[in-house]
Write a protein that binds this ligand. Structure first.
Ligand code: NAD
Length: 275
């Protein structure tokens, strides 16, 4: 990994950037338009949105206005839980595609493992994949038990599992399981939604490397082969977050960060979520 445009190869051969921009809670309109355009201008090639975020139209507009050819970008979106419950996954996909103004998405994810529903949802994603309407399919917020359950019936193995993952929740078992299954792990809330930026161990490492705390965390992701999608709407932070290719954490730095794991979630637990 030497640059912002470097990619990991998913198990179906599709190349996915290691680094991208997350747009959760970024407002449709000026805010989403500006931040996505700033990211693409700064060299980002991956954008992570979802039907839930209600900003797919602005993401699509930013893509068009960016001047970067569509095929050079990697766009992820996700099917929301209500569409799984209502058996409207195919319609939800069509709506997302239309809002984005795209012919295909690069990665389509099952946003959460909705009980009694996610296997049925997966069949629809398999169909979309076979029809060539998505270049890759995956899941989000699946733990090992849920992955095993899905794999027992799946025809196509998910290419990605996007989960909450940061130094206080470093998910070592899940990462190992996914690696063995050739499922690429991707971190949401890599910065703990901004809550980890004053952590003393991380700030001490940042000072030593003359980088910011955010940069140390994001570099830890990449050195651990974790795809990462930090969110910011501020152009200077969008640039800062991606400026992590000029330094390296040592094995002992990585150990120090690994030792911070407390299995601490800021978001919901995939086993008990109620939305
Ligand atoms: P994050 O860990 O990326 O933190 C984002 C917050 O950190 C920002 O709002 C900002 O306040 C702060 N920040 C960012 N860069 C900074 C910097 N350089 N200096 C200081 N502060 C900085 O949290 P997130 O947005 O929740 O997660 C990233 C992305 O993951 C989301 O935008 C979304 O695309 C995705 N996501 C997915 C799920 C899911 O269920 N699949 C859930 C949450 C988020």
């Amino acid at each position: 990994m030497k640059s912002l445009q470097d990619t990991t190869t998913l198990h179906n051969g599709v190349k996915m950037p290691w680094f991208g921009l997350g747009v959760y809670k970024v407002q449709e309109g000026e805010e989403a338009l500006k931040s996505v355009k700033a990211a693409i201008k700064a060299g980002y090639r991956a954008i992570d949105t979802a039907a839930l975020y209600e900003n797919e139209e602005s993401v699509g507009q930013a893509i068009k206005e960016s001047g970067v050819p569509r095929e050079e970008l990697f766009i992820t979106t996700k099917v929301w839980n209500s569409d799984q419950r209502n058996d409207s996954v195919m319609e939800a996909f069509e709506t997302s595609l239309k809002k984005l103004g795209l012919e295909y998405v690069d990665l389509y994810l099952v946003h959460w493992p909705v009980k009694e529903k996610y296997k049925q949802t997966w069949k629809v994603l398999e169909q979309l994949y076979k029809e060539g309407r998505v270049r890759a399919i995956g899941v989000s917020n699946f733990n090992i038990r849920q992955l095993e359950d899905l794999l027992a019936d799946a025809e196509i193995k998910p290419m990605v599992n996007q989960v909450e993952l940061h130094p206080l929740l470093s998910q070592p078992e899940l990462r190992k399981y996914c690696k063995n299954q050739e499922i690429q792990i991707e971190a949401w809330a890599p910065l703990g939604q901004g809550r980890l930026l004053k952590h003393p161990v991380l700030t001490e490492l940042a000072v030593r490397h003359n980088k910011s705390t955010a940069q140390v965390i994001l570099r830890w992701d990449l050195q651990n082969e974790i795809v990462t999608i930090p969110k910011s709407v501020k152009e200077h932070r969008i640039i800062e977050n991606a400026d992590i290719f000029d330094f390296e954490l040592s094995a002992s730095d990585i150990e120090k960060i690994n030792a911070l794991n407390e299995n601490k979630r800021f978001g919901a637990d995939p086993e008990t979520f109620n939305f």
